[in-house]
Design a binder for this molecule. Structure first.
Ligand code: SF4
Ligand code: SF4
Length: 413
């Protein structure tokens, strides 16, 4: 798609990047078929091709409006369209640029701005954990709708004490650490069983995705630099062979550090190295499966599987968890239909676009849970805390990270 950038964007790094992405789009519209919001709303401007066109117009100098902003807000950033696109259009990156530009030109109503500020600051803050624990202690007294948003308190269990020659860093995360602390400890225990020691570097925090996807590029980049500073001594000394991430949404973000910090002389090389070393824990499944073979208790119930968009579309790891668990005698059952579609969680989307988010969740759960009692799963497994918490709020079965399932089934720890 030929684009003539408006003079204000012509000499900017993001303007040139957006132009290169726009040139790849041939306007075929194949992507619309994979887009959850296009399927729900049936409006061209709520599909990827229409949003690409809106961003092109803005970069060519057409002033964006609240309507432009709304169509971009409704995008889940699920990147299902990227998987479908035959021309390799990097839609997710284009959307990030488009949102930044529109955000600077279209003021939001005060109430909306306040909510977004609260999400940006509150979720990744150190106060989130204590606030959540307060909500959990009063959980039984809360009305149903509010109670659904507050997960029950979960014991984390022991962190393994053994040391191993093989060491990996683990992104501790922000929201996940407070909501489901067992995911990190289960990861460390399973890796320990595979002869790999998990190290938590001091000073790390949120991966930056919350702020980045809420068009706060500056805040997101500051969090990325802080993580690089925390990890770098372990990387430089050669002590850590990889950075393991057990929330696929965060993993997708860390994989982009190198690109997002490419113009910063102090961080460019380090960020590129960090992205190179970033691995979703599913990428260690061959090692884990070899170590745990014959060491797992049997599981007789149906294990339903929800593949997060960030795992299948952003990280390109569709099928990895299914293959690894199958090798361990734990076959997963994917959603009966539309397994490629988003569950509606998408970071803060479930708060900011609650109605669309709920509709997508209902659709996903209907295909995960089945219609007949005999089809009901014993557990729904996934790989991203956002999806897990979102589905768990109304699912009829427990929703857990797959690494927790392996941890629970290990016979000796
Ligand atoms: S499928 Fe790719 S090339 Fe075709 S309209 Fe969508 S983004 Fe453009
Ligand atoms: S990222 Fe997802 S919601 Fe957004 S345009 Fe692409 S397919 Fe649609």
């Amino acid at each position: 798609m030929q684009t003539i950038l408006s003079p204000e964007f012509q000499n900017t790094s993001f303007g040139r990047e957006a132009e290169a992405i726009l040139r790849q789009c041939v306007h075929c519209g194949f992507c619309n078929a994979a887009c959850p919001t296009y399927q729900l709303l049936g409006d061209e401007l709520d599909g990827p091709r229409g949003r690409i066109y809106l961003i092109k117009q803005v970069l060519e100098g057409v002033p964006p409006t609240r309507q432009t902003q709304l169509h971009l807000d409704r995008c889940l950033t699920c990147r299902g369209c990227e998987t479908t696109c035959p021309s390799g259009v990097r839609y997710g990156r284009l959307l990030d640029i488009g949102r930044q530009v529109v955000e600077q030109r279209v003021p939001r109503p005060v109430s909306e701005q306040r909510l977004r500020d609260w999400l940006r600051r509150g979720l990744a803050s150190s106060l989130f954990g204590p606030a959540l624990r307060l909500g959990q202690s009063a959980r039984g007294l809360l009305p149903t709708t509010l109670r659904q948003q507050v997960p029950a308190r979960q014991p984390a269990g022991q962190w393994p004490r053994q040391t191993h020659a093989r060491k990996v860093l683990l992104l501790a995360g922000c929201v996940q650490r407070a909501m489901a602390p067992n995911i990190n400890t289960a990861t460390a225990r399973v890796l320990d069983a595979a002869g790999i020691q998990t190290v938590l570097a001091r000073g790390q925090g949120c991966c930056g995705a919350l702020k980045h996807h809420l068009a706060d590029a500056k805040g997101g980049l500051a969090q990325m630099r802080a993580n690089i500073d925390a990890w770098w001594p372990h990387i430089e000394s050669g002590r850590a062979e990889a950075i393991i991430i057990n929330a696929s949404g965060c993993g997708a973000m860390v994989k982009e550090y190198g690109h997002l910090l490419r113009d910063e002389p102090r961080y460019a090389d380090r960020a590129a190295r960090v992205s190179e070393l970033a691995r979703d824990v599913a990428e260690l499944l061959p090692d884990i499966a070899a170590a745990l073979s014959g060491r797992l208790r049997q599981h007789s119930g149906i294990l339903a599987w929800h593949a997060p968009c960030t795992l299948q579309h952003a990280l390109g790891l569709g099928g990895a968890v299914e293959a690894g668990l199958r090798a361990l005698g734990l076959p997963l059952r994917p959603a009966a239909q539309d397994a490629h579609l988003c569950c509606g969680s998408a970071g803060t989307y479930s708060v900011l676009q609650a109605n669309l988010s709920r509709r997508l969740r209902d659709h996903k759960l209907a295909h995960l849970q089945g219609e007949r009692t005999a089809d009901r799963p014993a557990v729904i497994l996934s790989a991203n805390i956002g999806c897990i918490a979102h589905l768990q709020a109304v699912a009829q079965a427990p929703v857990r990270h797959w690494i927790e399932m392996l941890d629970e089934l290990m016979m000796q720890k």
